[in-house]
Design a protein around this ligand. Sequence first.
Ligand code: 6LW
Length: 517
Amino acid sequence: MTTLYNPLINGFHPDPSVVEVDGVYYLATSTFEYLPGIPIHRSTDFETWELIGHVATRRGQLDVEEVPTAGGAWAPTIRHRDGVFHLVITDAMGRGMLHFTAPDAAGPWSDGDLLRKADGSASLDGIDPDIAWDADGSAYITYSGLLLSGAEIGTHLGIQQVRVDLGTHRALEEPRSLWSGTGGGFPEAPHLYEVGGRWYLMIAEGGTERGHGISIARGDSPEGPFEAAPQNPLVSARSTTRPIQNTGHGDLVVGPGGQWLCVLLGVRPRSMTRAFSALGRETFVTPVRWESDGWPAIDPVLLNPRPGTRTEVTFSPGAELDGEWIAVRALPSDHGDLRSRPGWLTLRGDGSTLDDPRPVFIGRRQEHLTSTITVRMDASSGVGGLAVRYDERFHVELEAASDTITARAVVGGLVQTWVHPYSGGVVELHLDSLPPTHAPGQTEQLLGDEAGGGLPRTSDVIHLGATIDGERVQLAEVDGRFLSSETTESFTGRVVGVYAVDGVVAVSSWTAEGHDD
Ligand code: 6LW
């Protein structure tokens, strides 16, 4: 019996799509302006997932170097046919709608071909492409007709579909409109499945926030017409107090033992009714049953976190940066150098800061609601530190310079700093995300009983500290709601990383420990 852990993949991993090939599952998620883009996780049992590679590992596959924040790699569909993996995605505000292929899901993947309109003039207009083939081998691209450029930016044309020639990557016809849900906003994330001789069109609707849900319709052909299921939405956490909210944008697969499963995105908000999701959108899974009337039923998404983890990263000579490192509009290898100083990760500042679109920053997703991260850093020849970021406008950091350590919170353009003197040299920096408590002076984090318990009033509290000459000092505490997907209005999530502003900054170890109890 498979244990379905939830989250299935912890940390910023939205818009999951999954395919089964010879009993092995391959799952892809969105990465927006981060590189490498589009991680592929593999599992043989749906319990243990391993990061095996990324689709976008080379410059030019995605045009994210210049995309605005929240642009870039949006919502993949991964499929497999005749020995080839196919992945379609939108490089939003970048290249457009793309088709990648690879013989092995671990990569290398192709450069990516633009899926063009029938006249060849430009990319198909829309997001969230699905790829499916009918019995004759015709390839269908079904997508969400949200316009992301031009005078009519923001206009939504509903769910659209074209047949494409995968040789020329041109549409073979003008887009047709398909069933677009039960009336919820943002019909998106369409996937087409042929099951038992019928075609099912599953979509997300209601927007990717609290109203999110999944609905389905069916017809005799991939082109429709489609008849809506009477029980839509099949899954949604809207108007519930479930710990996993915003559930939607899913993909179906036959899991181990023939059990149908739906992978989907969700968030784990904490606090009272207006709650905050520190980590952003993560990947979850839930069982699917086919009823006798030929409609699928999707179970509510139940919380079932894995045990906590401890990750230690050292930078031994000859090693490469592992695949969990990501960078903003750049590859981690553009910033992180393991050769100059053996045993250390060296970053060279170029004057840019975390407020800039391309900071000298490499990081890893915050994976747990309770998380402590420590780095050992030498900033004796530069200025740099340890940061948690959502984007350029929302970040919190500890920054070491020659004679000071500065804690800084940047929240939508508002800046607060706390400065602590030190004598320079190697320092340990600590960035902890802890549950709200009744710590002295922190009673505002809870509502209710002063003696203990009480209702949390935020997602978490970010503690910023440093160990200097063997002594730990606490520089600041920052309310975690300021770095949540709700406050930042972000499609991404928390990424914690090291950065350099000026000169040379080196890191000898990274330790991340956390749990979701
Ligand atoms: C994605 C859309 C959505 O393209 O958010 O929740 C967008 N779903 O389907 C970005 O992830």
